[in-house]
Design a protein around this ligand. Structure first.
Ligand SMILES: *Cc1c(COP(=O)(O)O)cnc(C)c1O
Length: 448
């Protein structure tokens, strides 16, 4: 059989609400054309993020009922730690309330002003937490990754030659750790090969610098390796994930991505001395080391989710459904970032709407029209989000895990192809009010 189906059936449903175009136009006016300010009840299909928006399974809900809410030494923690240790091999497993809390603790312990932290591409919270310590976050993506139309198997790889050069030229002790983000989220959800992680590892060992994975989408990355990397097809996603982790000295992780949990994060390391310092910081702001800011039931949901996410049937469906959206849009003439990544499709709005200059936010104009036309929410990743640092003007359609069916995706495709037919009618926006940082969350705009 060729047809790839959703490898689950639906037991509990959550109604979504249709609105009229007139209602949506009123919502847009009231939200000042910022989709973060629209209430979820007025959204039909929400592709704002894949973070914390997964549907949990019957086994996860059952596990939550077993949650042990003891302050210290809870059984839920022991169950979660056993799963994580088996998967990653890391000795110390520190729970946190989200990925960014793991980042804050890791960098607070490892980074000082003047330090450099290389990564294939830093996620925005990773960069912000590094910079909050006075250190500098350095992106070392492949040069080819700048071309949105180029198709490569592992477009998320780190530029190993650039890393080697940075480590050779940096004064001793200036680079406290190297990070690799799998998949490369800010780089379009593109995968990183095992070969690349191994090469980064060799460079790190030669310079005596530890390697950490930002492992948020480790399972999607493992599936791409299985499909694309020579010699890997006979391995299970779990075996591949174990190999990825074996190259690293530790990891940060957001359980809101590849653990199907609605909240949670992890910080793992093999370094006893660092773990002791990290645990002290954890107690200060997150909680006791056996719960780290989470309820016991959350730890159980993560433990089960980490096993389910590595099921081959699930990953095949996941990557196929994101790829399906990408192919149908591209075949219909909508320019997407190629090739489709693991968790989202990115539309190149600068290419689609050449009449709208970057200063008038073409990707936000497309986001507003997609909501006005069809009630779909996506997110601008361009000049509104990053100001003059923006490299591209993208609209990201992030796909929540196990939430939408193929007909939902077909509806998204039809809406975008209709908009593409009359794309020359779209106009830009201007900012009328903005906060001093992270302006995209609360800026107010007006159509031109
Ligand atoms: C989401 C994400 C984070 C941060 O995790 P939160 O749980 O949102 O705090 C860090 N890195 C990457 C690559 C992410 O996608």
């Amino acid at each position: 059989m060729q047809t790839i189906i959703e490898p689950f059936r639906i037991k509990s449903v959550e109604p979504i609400r249709r609105t009229t175009t007139a209602e949506r136009e009123e919502c847009l006016r009231q939200a000042s054309y910022n989709l973060f300010l629209i209430d979820a009840k007025n959204i039909l299909i929400d592709l704002l993020t894949d973070s914390g928006t997964s549907a949990m399974s019957t086994e996860q809900w059952a596990a939550m009922m077993r949650g042990d809410e003891s302050y210290a030494g809870s059984e839920s923690f022991h169950r979660m730690r056993a799963v994580v240790q088996e998967l990653t091999g890391f000795r110390h497993v520190i729970p946190t309330h989200q990925g960014r809390a793991a980042e804050r603790i890791l960098f607070a312990v490892m980074c000082r002003p003047g330090h450099l932290v290389p990564n294939n591409t830093h996620f925005d919270t990773t960069r912000a937490n590094i910079e909050a310590t006075g250190a500098e976050a350095v992106d070392l993506p492949l040069p080819e990754a700048a071309d949105t139309q180029l198709r490569m198997d592992f477009k998320g790889n780190m530029d190993v030659a650039a890393l080697e050069k940075l480590l050779e030229e940096a004064p001793p002790g200036r680079v406290p750790l190297v990070m690799v983000t799998v998949t490369n989220n800010s780089g379009g959800g593109q995968p990183v090969s095992l070969d690349n992680i191994a090469a980064v590892r060799r460079v790190c060992v030669r310079h005596g610098v530890p390697l950490y994975l930002d492992a948020c989408r480790f399972a999607e990355n493992a599936y791409f390796i299985r499909e694309r990397e020579p010699g890997c097809h006979a391995l299970s996603p779990k075996q591949i994930a174990q190999r990825m982790f074996a190259y690293a000295d530790g990891c940060t992780f957001s359980a809101k991505k590849d653990a199907f949990a609605n909240i949670g994060g992890l910080l793992c390391t093999n370094d006893d001395r660092l773990a002791a310092q990290e645990t002290n910081l954890l107690i200060l702001t997150e909680g006791f080391p056996t719960y780290g800011g989470l309820a016991g039931r959350d730890l159980d949901a993560i433990a089960v989710g980490l096993e389910e996410v590595l099921e081959l049937d699930y990953l095949r469906y996941r990557i196929a459904s994101v790829g399906y959206l990408g192919r149908r849009l591209a075949d219909g003439g909508v320019p997407i970032v190629e090739p489709p990544g693991g968790h989202a499709i990115y539309i190149d709005a600068a290419r689609m709407l050449p009449q709208i200059p970057r200063s008038e936010f073409p990707a936000q104009a497309l986001a507003v029209e997609l909501y006005r036309h069809a009630g779909i929410r996506a997110v601008e990743i361009g000049s509104l989000m990053f100001g003059e640092h923006a490299r591209h003007e993208l609209l990201r359609l992030a796909i929540p895990r196990r939430v939408y069916t193929q007909s939902h995706i077909d509806y998204v495709v039809e809406s975008l192809l209709e908009i593409n037919q009359r794309k020359h009618e779209l106009r830009g926006l201007e900012i009328v009010e903005q906060p001093p940082f992270l302006r995209h969350f609360s800026a107010r705009l007006r159509p031109l």
